[in-house]
Design a protein around this ligand. Structure first.
Ligand code: NAD
Length: 335
């Protein structure tokens, strides 16, 4: 049988991306909804054929324990709620898919991993780019040695964040652009290099007279030094649009723009001086479907997800180090 997902938090990403794509999954289906807004339960319950018995509020959420149709809980709430709703799902005996950023601190990530372990259930983070064909091709290109030894990764992500949203309230977001969009530059630097950084430095600029930035940062740029000598220059912004990365080696480079969007990726390489666009065939399953199918496949085969809680924790450790480097105006050596 297909494994059943309960989606928690019926906001933009859940209703526009996750729920529609669940329809195309081979190993998964939408079985339950969790929301604090009864009208949303009614609307999406009707649209997706989810009966009242499979609709929950945040108060009745723990009763998912008694629903055998729910195998996996997908947490799509504001960042500071990820840890609580993940841990409660594990305590109810469910596997969890949790959106990025995994949580808002290293301590929370560790508590989530411990809860999964205690329950004997799997925890995966919604890093969809690990399932996106152009991103996979970029990783493969670097690994193939075609670029020569990689020396530089430049990764930039940003958008103009409009006012009055939870992303700009630190209590809900845990931080500014770094937590929300900069994490794509960070995660890409790690998956493109295939290495873990040993040193980080960072610089932040936030106009505190801008009413959007009462509690969170706007722009933060950082550098990562990897053991091979590769350096990543990374950009994160809530004031300008960026969605691009380039990996440069002695023999050439590979570049994606947009790099991590929902669709429309474009890829170029310059190898032996020749600049070329790389066009891949349209895959049968898009990145969302592949991500959503990956966790049930792992559950059924007993494998660990390629983007497990440990992967979310690694990014969170780096995010804390990046903030610290910016705050203390110094490079931080990583253990
Ligand atoms: P959103 O604001 O559209 O949805 C958040 C949902 O949480 C809403 O339904 C809201 O009602 C609910 N909620 C419950 N308690 C809340 C509270 N106290 N304050 C505010 N909202 C509350 O946000 P979104 O864009 O759907 O983001 C949700 C999560 O998904 C975030 O963690 C975000 O980082 C992640 N996300 C991931 C991607 C991706 O491409 N992987 C894209 C967008 C969002």
């Amino acid at each position: 049988r297909k494994l059943g997902y309960a989606v928690v938090g019926l906001g933009y990403y859940a209703t526009r991306q996750i729920m529609p794509n669940l329809k195309d999954c081979e190993f998964a289906e939408l079985k339950a909804l969790v929301s604090g807004t009864p009208a949303k339960l009614e609307k999406y319950g009707a649209e997706y054929g989810i009966p009242k018995t499979h609709q929950y509020s945040y108060e009745t959420y723990d009763r998912i324990r008694d629903n055998p149709d729910i195998d996996i809980v997908y947490v799509v709430l504001p960042n500071s709620m990820h840890a609580e709703y993940t841990i409660r799902a594990h305590q109810a005996g469910k596997h969890v898919m949790c959106e990025k950023p995994m949580a808002v601190s290293v301590a929370e990530c560790q508590a989530m991993i411990a809860a999964a372990k205690k329950a004997g259930k799997k925890l995966m983070i919604g890093y969809r780019c690990h399932f996106e064909p152009y991103n996979l091709k970029a990783i493969e290109t670097v690994k193939s040695g075609a670029l020569g030894k990689p020396t530089l990764i430049f990764a930039e992500h940003g958008f103009y964040a409009g006012p009055n949203q939870w992303r700009l309230d630190k209590a809900l977001s845990g931080g500014g652009s770094m937590m929300d969009i900069g994490i794509y530059s960070l995660n890409a630097a790690r998956y493109l290099s295939g290495e873990e950084p040993v040193e980080v430095s960072a610089m932040e600029y936030t106009d505190r007279s801008d009413p959007r930035f009462k509690t969170v940062e706007d722009r933060i740029d950082w550098q990562l030094r990897f053991p091979s000598g590769l350096i990543a220059d990374c950009v994160s912004s809530y004031s300008s649009n960026h969605n691009h990365y380039r990996v440069t080696g002695r023999k050439g480079w590979v570049e994606l723009e947009p790099a991590t969007n929902y669709e429309g990726q474009e890829m170029w390489t310059r190898l032996e001086g020749k600049r070329e666009q790389v066009v891949l065939p349209k895959p049968a399953k898009n990145q969302f479907v592949r991500q959503l199918d990956h966790l049930p496949e792992c559950i059924m085969s007993g494998r660990e997800p390629i983007v497990s809680g440990e992967e979310g924790l690694r990014d969170m450790r780096l995010i804390e180090a990046i903030y610290r480097a910016a705050r203390e105006h110094r490079a931080i050596t990583l253990a």
